[in-house]
Design a protein around this ligand. Structure first.
Ligand SMILES: NC(=O)c1ccc[n+]([C@@H]2O[C@H](COP(=O)([O-])OP(=O)(O)OC[C@H]3O[C@@H](n4cnc5c(N)ncnc54)[C@H](OP(=O)(O)O)[C@@H]3O)[C@@H](O)[C@H]2O)c1
Length: 294
């Protein structure tokens, strides 16, 4: 898997595997309970398969309720020499409930303990929680120096939040910003702003969950035919080619393999622009349910 370099010299994989699907499935997706044992097997099988197919980036967050399951999986991966710690790029996030407690040092220790890790590669504020995020961000800047986190970032932000951080005179700006981004939500303003500040953008829900309107989109269908690739591969390539790091989730081995197998072709500039032209500012995940005032 190709890597990109963050502005602090830390390397980040070009494509990352998300894990929120494992929380959703447990609590709401099918409306039924899945035991930890079943979830562990499902998650570890998916992750081992992904790693064997070149994935080294794993994204989670405290609010996905799976940090401790991931900790058990990491133990297995390291013990069985499936991956070495230094080969993986592991991200977790501080949720709003934890932000309200205003003690970030305590929160990183809880996450590290749950995941059986000495450090995470990227630690993020999950939301720009009004009245909390600037002070909590200042704490993240201090913890960054301790080595417990190799880089720091913020998810679900808009341009105005970056400006607010600058105006607050914070020691460090986010090295990574994680937002929903796909061909139907291209967030041009934020991407341009991040470019001028050398901030890496990560795109979550990178495939727009392959909703029917995505699968049926004529432009994407024609591009898939033209390049002899699937629609998902066209979308993932579009992200990678513009220097954005896409994050997808899947429990389906053939989907995992397909989503990361995008390094043997390039989209023409004209076709890149055709995809940008699909933007309708569509948001799959609710805008503000987790963050009033967002
Ligand atoms: N920071 C935040 O607030 C935030 C919010 C949302 C998500 N995220 C992160 O981003 C990750 C991805 O987000 P997401 O799950 O919303 O988006 P997603 O990956 O776009 O959507 C997942 C859905 O897409 C399907 N899918 C994936 N690859 C496919 C393929 N090649 N063909 C057909 N269907 C495919 C999966 O089904 P199958 O299982 O059948 O493949 C699954 O139902 C999360 O796990 C999380 O780590 C972060």
């Amino acid at each position: 898997m190709q890597r990109r370099m963050l502005n602090n010299g830390v390397e980040i994989p070009s494509i990352i595997l998300g894990t929120s699907i494992c929380d959703r499935q447990c609590f709401s997706r099918f409306g039924n309970y899945v035991s930890d044992k079943v979830l562990f097997k499902q998650m570890s099988d998916g992750m081992i398969y992904a790693i064997k197919n070149g994935v080294t980036g794993i994204d989670t967050g405290r609010d996905y309720n799976n940090e401790s399951l991931l900790g058990k999986i990491f133990n297995e991966l390291f013990r069985n020499n499936i991956a070495k710690r230094e080969e993986l790029f592991i991200t977790t996030k501080v949720g709003n409930g934890q932000q309200r407690l205003r003690d970030m040092e305590k929160e990183i220790d809880i996450s590290l303990k749950a995941m059986n890790l000495d450090y995470v590669d990227l630690w993020m504020l999950h939301w720009p929680l009004p009245d909390f995020y600037i002070e909590n961000w200042k704490q993240l800047c201090k913890i960054y120096k301790s080595g417990k986190v190799k880089s720091i970032g913020m998810a679900n932000i808009r341009e105005r939040h970056l400006l607010e951080l600058e105006q607050a005179g914070v020691e460090l700006m986010p090295q990574v910003v994680q937002v929903e981004c796909h061909p139907f939500r291209t967030i041009t303003g934020l991407r341009e702003m991040c470019k001028t500040r050398n901030i890496q953008v990560e795109a979550y829900t990178a495939n727009c969950a392959m909703l029917p309107f995505v699968r049926e989109n004529l432009v994407l269908q024609q591009l898939a035919q033209k390049y002899g690739k699937s629609i998902t591969q066209i979308i993932m390539r579009w992200h990678v080619q513009q220097g954005v790091v896409p994050i997808f989730s899947s429990n389906n081995p053939s989907h995992i393999k397909e989503n990361v197998d995008v390094f043997d072709f390039s989209l023409s500039e004209e076709d890149m622009q055709l995809i940008f032209g699909l933007n309708i500012d569509y948001k799959y995940h609710p805008e503000s349910v987790n963050c009033p005032g967002y």
